[in-house]
Design a protein around this ligand. Structure first.
Ligand code: DAH
Length: 340
């Protein structure tokens, strides 16, 4: 082999790589996407590149010079590769950051699993109760939670000195407005607005200053009101007895205990017997008091009215065997998931 040739080649390689580097640096500056970058890479390092050509030529070179040329070519290749990798990262970052690609969607990514929510147990029980009453021809009504004292107390024949009006029991917002303490207030709103006969249920939130394992400051009630010709206490009794069997889905022993509510006369409370034989109070009811009806143009010789008020949490606790009412409002996902 001609000993002059390798020296020539070494110089040739050095000069070529210099030239290539200059033009490559210029070129890479203008590249802004991955496919152009891939073309660029194969142009300078691929099978048709000058670098590849010199690598092949190494075999024909005298061994000492071959090592020198090999080192130069390899370090060129390494540096070039680094530049390409850096550029690739830059293009990717630009793609993500660029304003135009704010909503860039990588459709190859796996989808995010969307967990299905579930109806809150209280709403579940409310809708089950509604279903039962709707089947019997009742309609659902609603009223405001922020209530005038007239609807919450006065019109319901509740005396001015009744303890339920005290600030210890009721959230007063000002001298005239309260957070309603009972859905019975909506009885009056319905009587004012609708003509008879009426079969109404009113589910809703009520508020009282109470907090322990069977009381929360906010809870739910369902009020019932029937105004029709010759409605009697036995109609009320039948409805409530059958309601409780349907909602609890089992035959339970019930009893009606004489009680007192200012807006009903006679008044009663309904109790149900639990497994251990104890009686649990479940709702209040009665025939609507004449003092309540007198404000309305109802012919009491023809029409009569009865009403009832059920605590929804109480029913839900019995139905699902829950001992602490606060479970309903803590939003513990492990509790709520049981009702999916
Ligand atoms: N409003 C009563 C309460 O919150 C419940 C009640 C009792 C409602 C008797 C009625 C009724 O409609 O007739 O304790």
């Amino acid at each position: 082999m001609n000993p002059g040739t390798p020296v020539k080649i070494l110089k040739e390689i050095q000069q070529s790589l210099k030239k290539i580097t200059i033009s490559a640096i210029k070129e890479i500056k203008n590249i802004d996407n991955i496919s152009e970058l891939n073309n660029f890479k194969s142009k300078y390092l691929g099978k048709n590149s000058l670098v590849f050509f010199y690598f092949k030529k190494l075999n024909t070179i005298y061994s000492l010079e071959r090592i020198k040329c090999g080192k130069i070519l390899n370090s060129f290749k390494r540096d070039f590769q680094k530049i390409i990798t850096k550029k690739k990262q830059k293009i990717k970052n630009n793609l993500l950051n660029s304003k135009n690609n704010e909503f860039f969607l990588d459709s190859s990514l796996p989808g995010r699993r969307v967990e299905r929510g579930s109806v809150h147990p209280i709403n579940l029980v409310i809708s089950q109760i509604q279903d039962i009453f709707h089947y019997w021809g009742f309609l659902t009504y609603s009223g405001p939670e922020l209530e005038n004292k007239y609807y919450n107390f006065d019109s319901l024949n509740i005396p001015k000195n009744h303890p339920s009006r005290s600030i210890n029991d009721t959230f007063w917002l000002d001298p005239n407005f309260v957070l309603r303490t009972q859905t019975s207030s909506v009885q009056i709103r319905i009587l004012e607005k609708y003509s008879y006969p009426i079969k109404a249920i009113v589910p809703g939130k009520v508020y009282r200053r109470d907090y322990d394992n069977t009381h929360t400051p906010m809870f739910h009630q369902i009020e019932g009101l029937i105004v029709d010709k010759s409605i009697s206490f036995s109609n009320l009794k039948w409805i409530l007895e059958n309601f409780i069997i349907k909602i609890l889905q089992k035959n339970v022993k019930v009893r009606f205990r004489s009680s007192y509510f200012p807006f009903t006369c006679p008044s009663a409370e309904m109790d149900i017997q639990n497994k251990s034989g104890d009686w649990l109070e479940i709702l209040g009811c009665g025939m609507v008091h004449p003092n309540v009806l007198k404000n309305f143009d109802i012919d009491c010789n023809v029409y009569s009215a009865c009403a009832f008020g059920v605590g929804v949490e109480r029913i839900a606790m019995l139905k699902y065997g829950i001992s602490d009412i606060r479970c309903f409002f803590e939003n513990d996902i492990r509790f709520l998931k049981q009702f999916v």
